[in-house]
Design a binder for this molecule. Sequence first.
Ligand code: FES
Ligand SMILES: [Fe+2]
Length: 457
Amino acid sequence: MNEQRKIVEAEEELEEAVLIPVEAYISEEYARAERDRLWRKVWLQAGRVEEIPEVGDYLTYEILDDSILIVRTAPDEIRAFHNVCPHRGRRLVDVPPGARNARGNRGRFVCPYHGWSFDLAGRNLRVPHEEDWRGALAGCKDLSPVRVDTWGGWLWINLDPEAIPLREYLEPAATMLDPFHLENMRCRWRKWGIFDCNWKVAMEAFCETYHVETTHPEFNRFGSFRGWSRAQGLHSHIGYEAPKEMDPNQAAKLRLGERGDPRIATAEMQVYTWEMANTNTTRTLVEAALRLKDELPEGTPPAEVMRHWLASARAADAARGVIWPEVDPEHVGKSGTAWQIFPNFQIGHAVNNMLCYQARPYGYNPDKCIFEAAVYELYPPGEEPQTEWQYCEPTAEAWCYVLSQDFSNMAAVQQGMKSMGFSGAKPNPYMERSVANLHRNLAKFMGTGAPRRLKCD
Ligand code: FES
Ligand SMILES: [Fe+2]
């Protein structure tokens, strides 16, 4: 059986408390080994399909020593290649200085060094003075292909020709998330930066609800943010526990303010989230929450406030041509609030918006990473904003206050884990199981760093 297929198969639920050795976070040797054992083996989210709408549109994806060129070769075809000229190895397409990646439109790719040129399908069109090779170049003058596929509106690449298909790799996340039609959402904003922590530390700052009470204390006035975390084979997901008196299926991403009058608390929480995080909500949801106190009598039960709020926002969006998908409430509850796609991508999904995080290594320095966040929502057809990746320092001014609270732990964790007094990470077995699952799966690829049973005596 394919090695990867064995890894993808789900196993036990990880109910036991574990200890995660620090090697995966701080070892330079481990960081170097990740290139061949991890990054060149897994499916990686490399961009959005809507970034390359026209034939000839391309973008690059950079992961350590590899650069991948993804090209729309026909209205219904996308191909990917190693971004390297087969002649003497020059990067074929340059990433502009300071940019996250290259992006543009070309009819053909011409290497700037000696002028070898290639069509959109990677076939060599011209080698200047080719006769000098006397036929020896046949079969080795085209671009090297890379596997590419799409799901959820994203472009995914895999450097391993033997890897299992994308859809199989993404399960069960793909089936759970399909009803949300993430491919219809468009970016409201997207930012990236270079952070002083390992890429796992950055991802783990968002894959659990345990930190909310302490790292984001302002949210405590709106309710309790205790949540579960489940291992799902290669991936994992998290969700909030249902507030009292509420059907667990409604305790989805769109949270009701629970403390005090739910009409007022929901409006306050929505305004706070919109202004201080600029994530996990939309203007329509905020405005519908602000109308609650006029549209519902005092004493309306929380479940009814939730039903009315969502129905009112759904209708307001429909009136401007934004149609939310119909997702069975039981499915919404079961899907949770965010999926951690192995190894480095998180999708925080909801019916009309999403918040995604990803992190990649920054060279072989285990203490640094490239961190990225993007917020998406549904727009009326033709009114989708055109966004670019914006480079930002990890400050509240650049990213919003709530995200800067999360960032404030990252470099401190990276430093703390190197302490002689730290025995390893001890994730909460209920709320932070996603952390344990990430390391259980990483260890299968890396051959080292497996979490072990936590036993402190
Ligand atoms: S390296 Fe590209 S043409 Fe020579
Ligand atoms: Fe957070």
